[in-house]
Design a protein around this ligand. Structure first.
Ligand SMILES: CCC(=O)SCCNC(=O)CCNC(=O)[C@H](O)C(C)(C)COP(=O)(O)OP(=O)(O)OC[C@H]1O[C@@H](n2cnc3c(N)ncnc32)[C@H](O)[C@@H]1OP(=O)(O)O
Ligand SMILES: O=CC(=O)O
Ligand SMILES: [Mg+2]
Length: 364
């Protein structure tokens, strides 16, 4: 067991000191692209920079969705993009191949020396337990030391196996590099033997049905029309993920939504995740970037309300009535969460800043 005092010690001589706290950087859309796909790669330079049109995170994907025969091309493409691009405020992440694959060692031993100074976060798929994070943690420290890096790479785990879900707390606390978790609904569904072939989102068969109406004698009319309510297949896992991340001071994300054309359901799924505490989601296609940016930014109305409550609550103790509703020490904290996020986003998104500033001017 690693004693508490060693938790923040570098794992290799000369490796940068681990972060004490994971910075809260905007990451509403983690945009996936295949660096070996020329068409996608060509779009990357235009996606970089401040504003609400691009993603907060550009992620060069090396794992699933990249054909086995293209793994090396994609890895090299990522190196080229990393070297050639000034990412400005946009974060640059990669998803490496899984730890049981023949490609992951080359992924890490190539990427860290070549573009380790450009990368912010390494996403590790199919994490099963703390042992997977410990492996990556030590290897990264060795590679960082060898490459002379001064900033530690952060690690993000995808929750996509039943074992990973069962070990969620130990995964989050396995290393000071842990930045966050994403839900991986496709692999997780397969691993759990769930009977859905969809990539994320709901399912019309997962529902509850209104009780049958009864006739005058109290006999249930099973064949009469009854309303059904579709439920969220992912609620349990997302809720667990949010609690585990909050407990460890790291960040939870909804993962992929595969029905690219169904932008309405994508927005709903992202919003459920936002309301439950997630800070962002993956975008697989450019059309999903805008959805994530919209959903994971607090609305102007919510920010206006939160600012009013904070102002009315003074030192944050006691109880007040605003618009017929009670506000107190706890609800002011909810409002502080909303305002803190708005400020974080306004700092990198001029369009949002303008919208939030207008509230002040109007004195709402
Ligand atoms: C399920 C579990 C997981 O692991 S999810 C994560 C792994 N999957 C991925 O990363 C998928 C990434 N996305 C894609 O491969 C493509 O978007 C898919 C879904 C195949 C659709 O591509 P395509 O049929 O070309 O779409 P389209 O014709 O509407 O594209 C229009 C133009 O946009 C481009 N584009 C597409 N996706 C991206 C992307 N992610 N990043 C950057 N550019 C993208 C297309 O190349 C196309 O470009 P052009 O207009 O022809 O020059
Ligand atoms: O990697 C993501 C997934 O859903 O699987
Ligand atoms: Mg997966």
């Amino acid at each position: 067991m690693r004693p508490a005092r060693d938790f923040f010690a570098p794992l290799a001589v000369g490796a940068p000191a681990p972060l004490r706290e994971i910075p809260a950087r905007p990451s509403r859309a983690i945009h996936f692209f295949d660096p070996g796909n020329e068409k996608m790669a060509a779009k990357v330079p235009d996606m970089v920079g401040p504003g609400s049109n691009g993603p907060d995170v550009l992620l060069g994907n090396l794992e699933d969705a990249v054909k086995a025969e293209n793994k090396e091309k994609s890895r090299q493409g990522l190196v080229d993009i990393g070297r050639a691009t000034d990412f400005g405020p946009t974060q640059f992440w990669t998803r490496i191949n899984s730890l049981d694959s023949p490609w992951v060692l080359d992924d890490l031993t190539t990427l860290v020396p070549e573009i380790g100074d450009k990368l912010d976060v390494i996403m590790v798929p199919k994490v099963q337990g703390a042992e997977d994070i410990h492996y990556v943690d030590r290897l990264l420290a060795q590679l960082e030391a060898k490459a002379g890096l001064t900033k530690p790479l952060q690690v993000h785990a995808i929750l996509e196996t039943a074992r990973g879900v069962a070990n969620i707390e130990e995964i989050c606390g396995a290393s000071p590099r842990m930045q966050g978790l994403s839900l991986g609904p496709a692999d997780l569904a397969a691993d759990r033997r769930m009977k859905t072939t969809r990539v994320g989102g709901g399912h019309p068969g997962y529902l509850v049905r209104q009780d049958p109406v009864r006739d005058d004698l109290g006999v249930p009319q099973y064949d009469a029309q009854r309303t059904t309510y579709q439920q969220d297949l992912w609620h349990y896992t997302i809720a667990r993920m949010v609690d585990a991340c909050a407990m460890h001071g790291i960040y939870p994300y909804y993962g992929p939504f595969g029905d690219i054309k169904d932008t309405v359901a994508c927005e709903d799924q992202f919003r459920n995740a936002f309301l439950l505490g997630c800070v962002g989601a993956w975008s697989l296609h450019p059309v999903q970037i805008k959805i994530a940016n919209k959903v994971f930014s607090p609305s102007v109305e919510d920010v206006a309300h939160a600012r009013r409550v904070i102002a009315a609550m003074g030192d944050g103790t006691g109880a007040v009535m605003i618009d017929g509703k009670m506000e107190d020490d706890a609800s002011v904290k909810q409002c502080q969460v909303m305002v803190a996020l708005a400020e974080e986003l306004a700092a990198i998104d001029p369009e949002l800043k303008e919208q939030y500033d207008r509230i002040e001017v109007a004195g709402v």
